[in-house]
Ligand binder design. Sequence first.
Ligand code: WQD
Length: 342
Amino acid sequence: MKILVTGGTGYIGSHTVVELQQAGFEVLIIDNLSNSSEVVVDCIEKITSKKPHFKKIEMCNFNEMDSLFANNTDIVAAIHFAAKIEVGESVKHPLMYLENNLLSQINLLKCLEKYAIKNVVFSSSCTVYGNPDSLPVNENATIKKAESPYGSTKQMGEEILEHTVKSFNLQNISLRYFNPIGNHKSNLIGEIPHGVPSHLVPYLTQTALGIRQYLNVFGGNYNTIDGTCVRDYIHVVDIARAHVVAIERLIQNKNKSNYEVFNLGTGIGFSVLQMIQAFENATGIKINYKIIERRSGDVEAVYADTTKANNELGWKAEISVEEMMRSAWEWEKRLQKEKNKL
Ligand code: WQD
């Protein structure tokens, strides 16, 4: 059974391809390589000894997508990762984000309908919750107005699916990631930030390596345990494993409705200062940091109620925050040595 993985040379996509292959699935990756490199396909092969099929495809081009499906009639399901994901960039270029993320998704769904492929897993985000009214946040929580065009594309992406599943026999699972960090134990795949990292962990590891003088901690006066923002950081391999469970649930027709949503988090919130401490515990390296003004758009605290995913999917995050930080550090050291190859 061939699984189509869009954005499969990206951070979460590549980790999911590894887990899919190790679960026995054949994988076809499509990616426009706008934010990743085809070298990742070779790295996946080094991990699994199976080279995934790969085709460079611009998903915004329906004709390219249509001919891909016409030539791959053995696709039984799709996992849709391909999207632009930088919140700050989306604020600067809203129309680029809306067009890219929504048109890619619509072209994929049009092909699934045309070729009668009924299973799709959608990469969603805790961003849809905005600043939750209560914590931990569960899947029935109010969806707040998105703080960024990126967040809008995730909310609209879910709405598009809800409408679509009613129009043809599409079975969907949307997975709302909290904060994915860390990387595969082989240290062959991981997050590759472009330019100055916007996310906490890559900026922190670059600081540890001396690339950055110090880490800016955005805000020290939130109503949290130590005044810094709280997030639910989850190892990317735990996220990847949940995608295998979701695909198997759909293929085996175990889903209880044609549109299901699950939070993917650990259920534990960590503050920025606690994450710095976790890194120092895991590596013995002290991090220079400065607490500065808040970053606009940040929510004070968000972490997952994981009951539904634990009970319905039989999935639970297993990897510790120290291992998340250890793997992120190992990856940072490799990245700096070999980034021109990746
Ligand atoms: C985490 C915390 C910052 C950088 C992002 C995406 C979201 C989702 C998860 C995909 C915040 C603080 C950060 C720094 C800091 N992605 N921080 N100094 O914003 O929670 O969510 O990843 O689904 O869509 O937006 O992640 O890593 O940017 O920030 O103090 O240099 O670290 O204020 O509290 P975020 P992040």
